[in-house]
Design a protein around this ligand. Structure first.
Ligand SMILES: C[S@@+](CC[C@H](N)C(=O)[O-])C[C@H]1O[C@@H](n2cnc3c(N)ncnc32)[C@H](O)[C@@H]1O
Length: 162
């Protein structure tokens, strides 16, 4: 297996600073890192490029995802949206590209956005990133039987719609 360190000498990996991850992990208690390597994973359970996190199930795990940057970011955000509909909580560290299709189709419609002050200094970087970052939280959508139960309670209380 090619070492991530070797691979990353030509391509920055943009690994999450431990303090930023620790603050989010205190809040969300992650169970799965969906985009990682053995060297940089933030959770004992992870998917690497060899597993292909995009084609693996994330739900119902509380999932951390700082995806590989580049044109594929949109595919990772779409995957987070789908997996949260299936019951996963997904928290992502993303470039704050508010003009992109993925931001408008998935993030605005479905997620909570936390704009980070300043620039993230990724692991191994000599300075802050050349782009601003956001933390995006896709909360698990209630399962169908939960939505039905909530609707029935609302009806019983006379607060239901229709
Ligand atoms: C931005 S780094 C994040 C590393 C680490 N999870 C963190 O948060 O610090 C993205 C990682 O995703 C890995 N990766 C690339 N393609 C992947 C794929 N298809 N499935 C899972 N991981 C992948 C890269 O090798 C890299 O280690």
């Amino acid at each position: 297996m090619i070492s991530e360190a070797l691979y990353s000498s030509a391509n920055p990996v943009w690994a999450t600073p431990p303090k930023l991850f620790a603050a989010l992990d205190r809040e969300f208690r992650f169970e799965l890192d969906a985009a990682a390597s053995a060297e940089n994973t933030k959770c004992p359970r992870f998917y690497s490029r060899y597993d292909d996190g995009l084609s693996q199930p994330w739900a119902p795990s509380r999932t951390w995802c700082n995806p590989p940057y580049g044109r594929a970011v949109g595919a990772w955000v779409a995957k987070a949206h789908v997996e949260s509909d299936l019951g996963a909580l997904v928290v992502m560290l993303l470039p704050a590209r508010t003009d992109t299709r993925w931001f408008h189709e998935h993030v605005i419609r479905r997620a909570e956005v936390r704009f980070l002050p300043g620039r993230v200094r990724f692991v191994g970087a000599k300075a802050g990133a050349p782009f601003p970052s956001i933390v995006v939280v896709f909360r698990p959508r209630p399962l169908r039987h939960e939505r039905v139960a909530i609707g029935q309670l609302a009806l019983a209380m006379g607060t239901g719609r229709g």
